[in-house]
Design a protein around this ligand. Sequence first.
Ligand SMILES: NC(=O)c1ccc[n+]([C@@H]2O[C@H](COP(=O)([O-])OP(=O)(O)OC[C@H]3O[C@@H](n4cnc5c(N)ncnc54)[C@H](O)[C@@H]3O)[C@@H](O)[C@H]2O)c1
Ligand SMILES: [Fe+2]
Length: 422
Amino acid sequence: MTDIANSFGLLRLPDSIAFGDGCRSGIARTVASLGHRALVVCDPFLASTEAFNQLLQELEALDVAVTVDTQVVPELPVAVVEEAIERAVLTRPQVIVGFGGGSALDLAKLIALGLAHGTPLNRFYGENQVPGPVIPLVAVPTTSGTGSEVTPVAVLADPDRELKVGISSPYLIPRAAVVDPRLMVGAPAAVTASAGADALVHAIEAYTSNNHAPQWADQLPVFVGENLLSSTLALEAIRLIGLSLRGAVRDGQDFQARSRMAYASLLAGMAFGTAGTHLSHAIQYPVGALTHTPHGLGTGMLLPYVMQALLATDARRLADIAQALGVATDSTEESAQNAIDEVAAIMADIGLPNHLAAIGVTEADLPRIVELSLTVRRLVTNSVLEPTEENLHRIVRAALNGDRTALKPVPTAASTESENQQ
Ligand SMILES: NC(=O)c1ccc[n+]([C@@H]2O[C@H](COP(=O)([O-])OP(=O)(O)OC[C@H]3O[C@@H](n4cnc5c(N)ncnc54)[C@H](O)[C@@H]3O)[C@@H](O)[C@H]2O)c1
Ligand SMILES: [Fe+2]
């Protein structure tokens, strides 16, 4: 039973979150309640869809003047973002709508930030650097994965930095999130797989992050670690992803699987938006920069190795994850190992490569990957594993060759003896 008297809870969320088939028909009214000049930031592919054109008509019917910006590119180079902000300044929108995958939602967040506080954006890199509220944002995801519709983060690429950079601030949380699973039905299998894998990583890392109560009287960090409120959401997300990610990738028209993934990704975003993530994300930053592979492919591939490294110190929480995935037994240790094996099986079944060498990483890259991962302090310090060079090196070495057994604790003479006596 959870020790509530000695725990804490914290969530920061949009003012409203709508979920369900058909809730997209409420987007226009939500936008109109926030302003009558809107900028809609949309993925170029999605701009040609019927659902998007319907939204434009509904906005027009409510007398909302709309400008559409479709210059969304994956990875979001800072120069592209700052140009989008310059274009947006000319139309002075009162409300921004982000419609698309994580890239479109993050661009919408960054435009809302730039309009309120100006450029260059590098003044806001890191945590809690945004000085005040931004232009209100309505976020409409069309992939199930990033959770960006409810999180305080936007990620972009800056050629002056080797790694992608995050801007994290509670002021970046969208004012409203509208999650309609019907919008995800067309997403290609590879996007469904990498985005869905990332949602599972968000939920599992939120659930296994540090859980020390914050210093309440101080300015709180953006990510405060695992807590009562985030954990409830994370476990339900893990359960649903375990039931449906394989199906959503296998058959994109499977609306039950799509709906579960859209809901689970939302819950995972709500959980990690306050709890934070940790090592798979920290290591993916340099791996992504080196290999130019999608964010979720990297975090999803790394997760089983990170979980394996956690087993020695965190078997209880891994066993809770096994319970959510339906693979628990009476033994905590065995359940924890089953959870790791099940996560690795899900990643394999959806087609993710299972080791770093498969995406072009070599032995010679390991020291730099470790060094750069350790610079992402907000993530490595959010893990219960001490963020030492040695610990990180063990994980990336095991991930390089696909050898999780290298991370399993070596049985001592004493433990073997006690097992024999049972
Ligand atoms: N802000 C956050 O909290 C957060 C969290 C995780 C990741 N991210 C960022 O999100 C980005 C990844 O987002 P993503 O995985 O959603 O991918 P994405 O937004 O880059 O989109 C990938 C591709 O899928 C297409 N697509 C999206 N929805 C579609 C649909 N319904 N039908 C057909 N095609 C569709 C897009 O046109 C694009 O070509 C990364 O840049 C990552 O850094 C942000
Ligand atoms: Fe992620």
